[in-house]
Design a protein around this ligand. Structure first.
Ligand SMILES: [Zn+2]
Ligand SMILES: [Zn+2]
Length: 220
């Protein structure tokens, strides 16, 4: 079932409405940190051309219209749902992949401009920053829960080294959508046509959705 708000991603019951992870995070953020939102289109932004994703005011109103409740947000305390990550370990190469991705996401969190350039123009500056960060923080003994759960996802899906650039880009696309509210359908489309022939594009995309789901909503 599609999210009732954006009609883009698969949704499930969240805060009383049928919402995807991104719209739920958006709702949660705006309930917990209210700010005044203003629509430039007389409160009429619809789902055509992803308009509603670009207008925070209309998106927030739609959340209430589809049944989401502010008090549900306040009542729920976010917990990360890492189940297996404490007991099982992935082979070291997948741990390294996960750490590289973790560093990339952390760099993207602190550099919205660079992130958008990476997605739009495929510049490598955020990748370079992530690499530098990786070199500084690298450790095999002190793994975060997230690194462990990501490495297990990558291991289970048997992600190959040559698939990483695409997987990283896809993950950053989904991440930016949730974290920056940045959505540009053309970027994903472009990626889709460039790599149309790429081995298991769809599968990689669902892997990165699983990866993103491990970022707990409280971080966003
Ligand atoms: Zn949605
Ligand atoms: Zn609007």
């Amino acid at each position: 079932m599609k999210c009732d708000i954006c009609i883009q991603y698969t949704g499930c019951r969240r805060y009383g409405g049928l919402a995807c992870a991104a719209c739920a995070a958006f709702f949660r953020r705006n309930v917990l940190q209210p700010k005044s939102l203003l629509c430039k289109n007389f409160d009429s932004c619809g789902i055509e051309n992803f308009q509603i994703l670009k207008c925070q005011s209309c998106r927030f109103k739609k959340c209430f219209q589809v049944g989401m409740k502010a008090d549900r947000v306040k009542a729920s305390s976010p917990k990360s749902s890492d189940d297996e990550s404490d007991t099982v370990a992935a082979p070291i190469e997948f741990v390294i992949f996960a750490q590289a991705l973790e560093n990339l996401v952390e760099v993207c969190k602190g550099d919205s401009e660079g992130t958008l350039r990476y997605l739009k123009e495929e510049t490598s500056e955020v990748l370079q920053k992530a690499l530098a960060r990786f070199t500084q923080t690298y450790s095999v003994t002190d793994l975060s829960r997230r690194t462990r759960s990501w490495s297990l996802i990558l291991y289970r899906s048997n992600v190959k080294r040559e698939e990483l650039p695409l997987l990283f880009q896809l993950t950053v696309i989904h991440f930016s959508y949730i974290y920056y509210n940045f959505f540009d359908g053309s970027i994903r489309q472009k990626l889709g046509t460039v790599v149309e022939s790429a081995f298991r594009f769809q599968e990689l995309e669902s892997i990165c959705k699983e990866i993103i789901s491990k970022i707990s909503m409280s971080e966003i």
